[in-house]
Write a protein that binds this ligand. Structure first.
Ligand code: ADP
Ligand code: 5GP
Length: 198
């Protein structure tokens, strides 16, 4: 199916991916659709099952993986996460730009598929600022926070690999980062908007 190219947003936990993608979804009504992942982690206050994630048990997730229902899956910070084929198809069926929020393992797996997305990495100004943002978010236990910081250090290094991402956006000032994100996606946004008008 020849539709708009999907977008992969990746980067350390706490870098600002959800904040930025929620703004895109709000500001461009009907242009973007979020690929709702499955996860075995517990919902945070304010998260809705089926909207932020499909919150499932390990058994259910593993069965889905065994039945080849997932495009990719990974273990992050002790929990399973994965993108189901159905999640991406649901967005593409509406002819929307499908946004995937996935970790570095997911990026590497998606590279082996024919999804052909635009790869964007969202990076924090420093590990110290990332830690402060994660602590201020008040969603993680100390153990989970430390695991996320360990993964973040790795992510920051890997994201420097030439050619891995189409754009690496530094999320220091939120407005600036959001402007850069919109610029990186301007061609696809224009195509999607003109497609909707015609
Ligand atoms: P991610 O989805 O990448 O894990 P979030 O979008 O949840 O990250 O952002 C982590 C925290 O940092 C949130 O509390 C968010 O409000 C805050 N945040 C995001 N971007 C910025 C920024 N540019 N400056 C300050 N705080 C930010
Ligand atoms: P969180 O628990 O903070 O929502 O997400 C933790 C990490 O898992 C983030 O880096 C996020 O991008 C990643 N993630 C969320 N969904 C998926 C998914 O479906 N696949 C992969 N590989 N990573 C995911």
């Amino acid at each position: 199916m020849a539709g708009p190219r999907p977008v992969v947003l990746s980067g350390p936990s706490g870098a600002g991916k959800s904040t930025l993608l929620k703004r895109l979804l709000n500001d461009f009504d009907g242009v973007f659709g979020f690929s709702v992942s499955h996860t075995t982690r517990n919902p945070r206050p304010g998260e809705t099952n089926g909207k932020d994630y499909h919150f499932v048990s390990r058994e259910v997730m593993q069965k889905g993986i065994d039945k080849e229902e997932f495009i990719e899956s990974a273990v992050f910070s002790g929990n399973m996460y994965g993108t189901s084929k159905a999640a991406v198809q649901a967005v593409q069926a509406k002819n929307q730009i499908c946004i995937l929020d996935i970790d570095m393992q997911g990026v590497k797996s998606i590279k082996k598929t024919d999804l052909n997305p635009i790869y964007i990495s969202i990076q924090p100004p420093s590990v110290e600022i990332l830690e402060k943002r994660l602590r201020d978010r008040k969603t993680e236990s100390e153990e989970s926070l430390q695991k996320r910081l360990r993964a973040a250090r790795e992510d920051i290094e890997i994201s420097k690999e030439p050619g891995l991402f189409d754009a690496v956006i530094l999320n220091d000032d939120l407005e600036e980062a959001y402007g850069q994100l919109k610029d990186s996606l301007s061609e696809e946004i224009e195509k999607a908007q003109s497609g909707k008008k015609s």
